[in-house]
Design a protein around this ligand. Sequence first.
Ligand SMILES: *Cc1c(COP(=O)(O)O)cnc(C)c1O
Length: 319
Amino acid sequence: MREAIAAAQVGDDVFGDDPTVNALQERVAALLGKEAALFMASGTQSNLCALLAHCGRGDEYIVGQLAHTYRYEGGGAAVLGSIQPQPIPNQPDGTLKLEDIAAAIKPDDAHFARTRLLALENTWNGNVLPATYVADACELARSRGLATHLDGARLFNAVVASGRTPAELARHFDSVSICFSKGLGAPIGSMLVGSRELIQRAHRVRKMVGGGLRQVGLLAAAADHALTHHVDRLADDHALAKRLAQGLAALPGVTVTPPQTNIVFAQVSDGRGPALLEHLKSRGVLATGLIGLRFVTHLDVDAAGIDHAIAAAAEFLKA
Ligand SMILES: *Cc1c(COP(=O)(O)O)cnc(C)c1O
């Protein structure tokens, strides 16, 4: 990847003449079966530009209570777009109930914000959304005049876990955001795909939020390398997540949700989660603790690392 970055042809992407960015945008648009794509600095920027391209001031978007777009992006849609979020509960598998979506869509009445968009996330907390669910939810949205956006920061994990193509997973959505960081291992970069017209609107927003970058072919080269070399190997991350889940589940007082992809959630009895996190950290194992313990496998983690993590957890829990 470092060599690809060093060798990248660059131009000024603010003027649209960086050949490496343009080639990557074409590659990703084709891969996801959409007309156009736009390089973004981050997944947050990509989701924000999508929301502001779909919705105007006083519009509303329906989103999961625990969706990244709603909960973990600084409230950007409301702060910068005057877009009202309408959060509804995420079911344990990450879906939003169709009846909840339908009930949240407002009639055309001066009392209400204008409901414009449904936003889903795949994978959500490492869960792959069921294919028929995605088709039904998007069909419901479309039948009520709503556009649809997919936060696909972890879409390639869903691709590898489900055996379906990126275009199949993107098919029902008007726009999709993907990330080259996270599991794909590029240092920086995301991309928004959609119709030419939508991407044109998102391009204006991207400039406004300071995301018009210059010789960004350096980053596009890293992302291109990640797409070529780091997608199929996500299966290794998924296998290691299973190995970690099995190892942790065998320890006293630990309950583990079997992972579908590369994120492992574990609950530890007697409120010992925070102390276990501290112990793991002292042994060089990093995890987060916002919702139970959350472990993520990725291309810098190998089987020896997983076994080390299990051994470190065992050392603490058996003490
Ligand atoms: C990480 C993530 C984002 C945001 O990506 P950043 O590049 O960190 O801004 C958005 N959605 C999901 C589901 C993510 O996991």
